[in-house]
Design a protein around this ligand. Structure first.
Ligand code: NDP
Ligand code: PHD
Length: 360
């Protein structure tokens, strides 16, 4: 019988924090034990502190919980695991303080993704990167604490089919991606309605650089001494990112070239995506979807409104797989940006860590 773990949430009042609350409130492995946000929210009940934007009601068990400041004291010190949905402007210092207090942390923020001792893991792409944690613990003299980051929301969707293809057919030499990203990706209140209604904004600060770099770490590997990462060297990634008037769900048009010649056919690519199985499924993780990648055969799918809840938001939906006249293959994918692209990844990573015996 699995021990129920006490979970803390940093940034609990934000867009990602609200999604953590929903995902953890009925979860069989976790109980919500501590909520943290800015000094503006601290001291208020959760219901008063948050501007709740989820379609489901605030879960009863958190309504009257008092929000705390984000310090590794009191109830946070009693937590077995802490999830961070903190604003990146403050995440760096706060997350480091929690790590130094020997707490186990899953972060959504960008601050430590590029750090050489911090795994950057998309649960259905590179769970093998947990292998670096022993080194991280010994380097920072931690007995049970750790810091694991999950990826940028657009990166999180793209790397799942790319990992399936890389495993089956070897390295990709070129990846070109154009995104259409939902407004919930910018948090709350996010993009002004006057900017986004009847419009497309062809710029999201820092997003293209993150997609281009994070992909190389995630599709790379832990080195043979298990003390660093070998980034992909021969793969080139070019990203173009746009904000569109969709509430949830990032759509991405991806073209890829394989090193292997001749390149696999459309039928082989579809088969590999449909047959892709991950460690999260093999270990029976509670939130792992039945299918990591759902391939849609219709001409006009995936669509955010119709496909973002596939696999409860944990599946990536791929459609329009076809030959590319410039590279080899192109397709369109959809990822739920606050589930697989954010809070859901954190929760599934914690489930994986528990199954692997890393939460002590
Ligand atoms: N939205 C998305 O799809 C994705 C977001 N992310 C990342 O997740 C993180 C959260 O994003 P999101 O939920 O969209 O952002 P929001 O702006 O909606 O929420 C930010 C949270 O940070 C808290 N916060 C702000 N300032 C402080 C402070 N000084 N001390 C402590 N807490 C503070 C806020 O508390 P308060 O309410 O009290 O101000 C709030 O809980 C960011 O790092 C973001 O880049 C990652 C992937 C996808
Ligand atoms: N920038 C993403 C969301 C986000 O916060 O990404 P990151 O965690 O990489 O900073 C979006 O706007 O859709």
């Amino acid at each position: 019988m699995t021990r129920v773990l006490k979970a803390g949430i940093l940034g609990a009042t934000g867009t990602v924090g609200q999604r953590f609350i929903l995902l953890l409130s009925q979860h069989p492995y976790f109980t919500i034990h501590a909520l943290g946000a800015s000094p503006r929210s601290a001291g208020k009940t959760y219901a008063k502190a948050t501007k709740w934007k989820m379609a489901q009601r605030i879960p009863a068990e958190v309504q009257d919980m008092v929000v705390k400041t984000c310090e590794p004291t009191g109830e946070f010190l009693e937590c077995d695991v802490v999830f961070s949905g903190l604003d990146a402007d403050v995440a760096g210092e706060i997350e480091m303080a929690f790590l130094k207090a020997d707490l186990g942390l899953f972060s959504n923020a960008k601050n430590y993704r590029t750090h050489e001792e911090v795994p950057l893991i998309v649960p259905m792409a590179n769970p093998s990167h947990f292998d670096l944690l022993a080194h991280q613990r010994s380097k920072h003299s931690l007995s049970k604490g750790f810091l694991v980051t999950n990826a940028n929301c657009s990166t999180s969707g793209m790397v799942v089919p790319l990992k399936a293809l890389q495993d089956a057919f070897g390295p990709l030499s070129k990846i070109m991606v154009t995104t259409m990203q939902a407004v919930s990706g910018a948090g709350y209140p996010g993009v002004s309605s006057l900017d986004i209604m009847d419009n497309v904004v062809p710029f999201i600060g820092g997003e293209e650089e993150k997609m281009e770099w994070e992909t190389l770490k995630i599709l790379g590997s832990v080195n043979k001494d298990l003390n660093g990462f070998d980034l992909l060297q021969s793969t080139k990634v070019s990203a173009t990112c746009n904000r569109v008037p969709v509430i949830d769900g990032h759509t991405e048009c991806v073209s890829i070239e394989f090193e292997r010649k001749p390149a696999p056919s459309v039928e082989e690519v579809i088969r590999v995506m449909e047959e892709y199985r991950t460690e999260a499924q093999a270990l029976g993780c509670h939130s792992a979807p039945e299918q990591a990648i759902i391939v849609s055969r219709e001409d006009d799918r995936p669509q955010p409104r119709l496909d973002r809840e596939n696999g409860n938001g944990y599946s990536v939906t791929v459609g329009r797989v076809r030959p590319c006249n410039i590279l080899d293959i192109k397709f369109t994918l959809l990822v739920h940006n606050t589930i697989l692209g954010a809070a859901g990844s954190g929760v599934l990573l914690a489930e994986l860590a528990q199954k692997k015996g890393l939460i002590v």
